[in-house]
Write a protein that binds this ligand. Structure first.
Ligand SMILES: CC(C)(COP(=O)(O)OP(=O)(O)OC[C@H]1O[C@@H](n2cnc3c(N)ncnc32)[C@H](O)[C@@H]1OP(=O)(O)O)[C@@H](O)C(=O)NCCC(=O)NCCS
Length: 157
């Protein structure tokens, strides 16, 4: 009689600095999780990714489950005119990997890199309806600060 197959162990999630080899997967995952037809996600693009990777003190990390991309974070030094602030701009976990603490690990890795690079603060913006992202940031030491509301005037036909 053959013995029952051992239950499959979940693949360990490993964090690594993002490199050019991850670009296509990062672009595709962002395309899955952001609604690029609505603000503020309309600027999701290869150049949005490249700007952080090329930026001073890149703080871009990927979370890998074997060779599958489970999540990523994109950050770099500088926020508008403040060169001493770090900017954590984009983060995502693949839907099938959400709720496992991956984004929390990515936020910590990104903030640690920016702090090491001399950031006096790390700034991120959260769309008002994105409760998951707000919870993620709050549980990692971010506090709500200034709010900016996008006012839109539709052009009458
Ligand atoms: C927001 C997002 C990155 C969270 O990823 P995740 O890997 O599931 O998050 P984690 O498992 O690391 O959870 C981190 C914290 O956020 C909380 N959280 C995550 N998703 C939540 C949800 N849907 N509702 C409430 N809280 C949530 C967790 O409870 C956890 O809190 P804790 O540390 O106090 O336990 C993920 O939902 C996502 O990719 N969303 C789509 C992309 C997006 O909106 N990105 C942000 C804008 S750039």
């Amino acid at each position: 009689m053959s013995s029952p197959a051992a239950p499959e162990r979940p693949t360990e999630i490993v964090l690594e600095p993002m490199t050019a080899t991850h670009l296509a997967d990062v672009l595709a995952l962002g395309g899955r999780v952001y609604d690029t037809t609505v603000k503020p996600y309309t600027s999701w693009s290869l150049s949005a990714i490249a700007r952080h990777m090329d930026g001073e003190a890149s703080a871009c990390w990927v979370a890998l489950a074997g060779d599958r991309l489970a999540g990523y974070v994109l950050g770099s030094m500088g926020f508008d005119q403040r060169s001493d602030w770090g900017n954590l701009e984009w983060i995502a976990s693949a839907p099938e990997y959400q709720g496992q603490g991956i984004a929390g690990r990515l936020v910590k890795a990104c903030c640690a890199t920016l702090t090491e690079a001399g950031a006096s603060a790390v700034v991120t913006d959260v769309e008002s309806r994105n409760t998951a992202s707000a919870a993620l940031m709050r549980s990692n030491g971010f506090e709500a600060s200034v709010s900016v509301t996008l006012f839109v005037r539709d052009t009458p036909r």
